[in-house]
Design a protein around this ligand. Structure first.
Ligand code: SAH
Length: 225
């Protein structure tokens, strides 16, 4: 990755973010290492780069945000990746979480519904030297059957339900981290595939942008910004 190159003046800030994540209870060393080595500022529009290493959500254009690092770290930790797995990400956004995933597993398939964001994420991923990722433009609430099943699925936008196609595309024992919105209150869930059923664990309240699509909220008559 590009972190080691001369001129990466953000290294100190990035280490401070890693310390903050530790203080907020993140223990998985591989996740902490991935955050320490991934240049989050390169996934952000220039105007907000100075906020790259705050533990907060930051706007990335098109009405979307790059999620809060501690929530992303918690989601990635809960996937319990060992390396080598195939993981589906729904909501590429900036591509930052995609880069973290790429450092933690074997192959990442990431779906984004907005083509402009997918393009920008692809460029940023290439710039930092991430190559085990495929970014697809489409409705991620339907999953992506050509590469299924997935050992892990992480959804970065909150819909009204757990999309059935995503459960179907989870491998036996596979885990999905997904925020679900019930009447304006969002909760992060971990769903584990067990035979034909699932077990679900609650991971607490969160705030994500809406999951739009067939198994998400309706996209509405006016194009979003
Ligand atoms: N993890 C991202 C944050 C993504 S914000 C990051 O690190 O930057 C959530 C993203 O989900 C937005 O880019 C939004 O356009 C996208 N999204 C919403 N509904 C979607 C759907 N049905 N399929 C794919 N992407 C979707």
């Amino acid at each position: 990755m590009a972190t080691g190159r001369v001129g990466d003046s953000y290294g100190g800030y990035r280490q401070r973010l890693v310390e903050q994540l530790r203080e907020r209870g993140i223990k998985d060393l591989a996740v902490l290492r991935a955050v320490g080595e991934t240049p989050r500022h390169l996934f952000m529009p220039a105007a907000v780069r100075h906020r790259a290493y705050e533990d907060s959500a930051v706007p990335i254009g098109q009405g979307q945000t790059i999620s809060q690092p501690s929530i992303q770290a918690r989601s990635l930790e809960a996937l319990e990746l060992k390396g080598g797995e195939r993981v589906l990400e729904v909501g590429t956004g900036s591509g930052y979480q995609t880069a973290l995933l790429a450092a933690l597993c074997g192959t990442v398939v990431s779906i984004e519904r907005l083509p402009e964001l997918a393009d920008r994420a692809r460029s940023a991923l290439a710039e930092v030297g991430v190559s085990n990722v495929t970014v697809i433009v489409g409705d991620g609430s339907l999953g992506w059957t050509p590469m299924a099943p997935y050992d892990g699925i992480v959804v970065a936008a909150a819909g009204p339900e757990i999309p059935a196609p995503l459960v179907n595309q989870l491998a036996e024992g596979g885990r999905m981290i997904i925020p679900v919105d019930s009447g304006g209150t969002q909760e992060l869930l971990r769903v584990t595939r067990k035979g034909t059923g699932t077990t679900q664990e609650r991971m607490g309240g969160v705030l994500f942008v809406p999951l739009l699509g067939r198994h998400g909220f309706p996209t509405g008559p006016t194009p979003e910004r």
